[in-house]
Design a protein around this ligand. Structure first.
Ligand code: APR
Ligand code: ZN
Ligand code: ZN
Length: 356
């Protein structure tokens, strides 16, 4: 089968033939139908965060189950599944307290490569490796979706939608009637915006450096937009009459996290959703944290168990309340992946999707 292989950090992906083994016990083989180009894969490919090479990246995939290994229950050949970064064991303390997106002991399968290239093992990101025609994944890395969800939408649900909408609905728990600022309106940020809209926020202020992203933000539910610049904080504070209830950072930069901190009002919540470099640090004027009773939280993979939250999101889509088709800018082939990422960096895309 064909896969986009990262041989060296900082180098382009190379599309080539690899071998796939399995599924073994507890695993299933999925024929990938669509795979989204998330910015996190690019962070890894560029060395912002560590990755083992050679690797097949891609963690936002969906496809049809082709084969199931022993002991797999609740999923059958022919089902449409979406993959998730947050594979879980089910028995650690995090899993047992309902936080399996924070699982301490991922299933062994995700560290055992099922892909090889000329006899050498190839690492599959998050035990998925979705930039490939097929994947072998652990049962706890996928969720079955209801009928009526297009595969390309199902793919985006696995990360961009889960992460963004979940940060608003489950992480920060946006309240009806509240005010929200979202810095960074890419694939993930647009979903923070629609999560806040679904939660009933009265004011949603979108902040981005790219004007076209602000148009998209309006479509997803932003009530106000601010072109990012030196006075983004002042503009947001003015639009919200003194500060917002929730400030989301959806890029992964200390400077914009600090902006979010200064955008919230007393008692406000700052949520870091973007993925920072592992060595990222920030200077924070902390007096305000205490006097203004500001809450600072991180939100990872939608702050909830994906196997429960994704089917809920699917119902919202089927009810017309969650936009998914509108997230897609380009449908590309696997060999268009390097160009697709170049367009992401240039700020030209909402979400590019590899369609198989
Ligand atoms: N101020 C405001 N907006 C900015 C700035 C800035 N200084 N720098 C970049 N942006 C905007 C970009 O224009 C883009 O619209 O942030 C957005 C980032 O979106 P994408 O590149 O599409 O990235 P996305 O996949 O949404 O991921 C966002 O979350 O999952 C993590 O690793 C991922 O850190 C990344 C973040
Ligand atoms: Zn666990
Ligand atoms: Zn992602």
């Amino acid at each position: 089968m064909k896969a986009a292989v990262l041989h060296e950090v900082g180098q382009p992906f190379v599309v080539e033939d690899v071998d796939l083994d399995g599924p073994r016990e507890g695993e299933l083989r999925v024929r990938v139908q669509a795979s989204g180009l998330c910015h996190s894969d690019l962070h890894l490919a560029q060395g912002d965060n560590p990755v083992v090479v050679p690797a097949i990246l891609g963690h936002e995939a969906a496809g049809v189950v082709e084969a199931v290994g022993e002991g797999v229950e609740g999923i059958a050949v022919g089902d449409l599944v979406s993959t998730s970064f947050s594979s879980f064991c089910g028995h650690c303390a995090q899993c047992q307290t309902g936080h399996n997106h924070r699982c301490d002991t991922k299933p062994a399968g995700i560290t055992r490569p099922r892909v090889s290239l000329r006899g050498e093992p190839v690492y599959a990101l998050a035990g998925i490796g979705g930039f490939a025609e097929e994947v072998v994944v652990h049962r706890n890395s996928v969720v079955k979706l209801p009928e009526g969800i297009p595969a390309e939408c199902a793919a985006l649900m696995g990360c961009a939608v889960l992460t963004g909408a979940g940060a608003a609905l489950n992480g920060a728990k946006v309240r009806p009637g509240s005010s929200v600022a979202v810095i960074g309106c890419g694939g993930v940020g647009l979903n923070v915006i629609q999560g806040a809209r679904i939660a009933g926020a009265a004011q949603i202020i979108a902040v981005d450096t790219v004007p076209a992203k602000l148009d998209a933000a309006r479509q997803f539910g932003a009530t106000d937009v601010v072109l990012a610049g030196p006075d983004a904080v002042g503009e947001v504070r003015e639009l919200s009459s003194g500060g917002v209830d929730y400030g989301f950072e959806v890029i992964g930069l200390p400077a914009t996290l600090l902006q979010a901190y200064h955008m919230v009002r007393k008692g406000g919540t700052v949520a870091l959703v973007g993925m920072p470099r592992n060595d990222a640090m920030m200077d924070l004027p902390i007096a305000k944290l205490m006097f203004n009773e500001i809450r600072m939280i991180g939100s990872f993979m939608g702050s909830s168990p994906f196997q429960v939250f994704l089917p809920q999101l699917a119902r919202l889509y089927l009810d017309g309340k969650l936009l998914l088709d509108e997230l897609i800018s380009d449908r590309i082939g696997l060999d268009g992946i390097n160009e697709g990422y170049a367009r992401l960096v240039a700020g030209e895309t909402r979400r590019n999707v590899v369609v198989f």
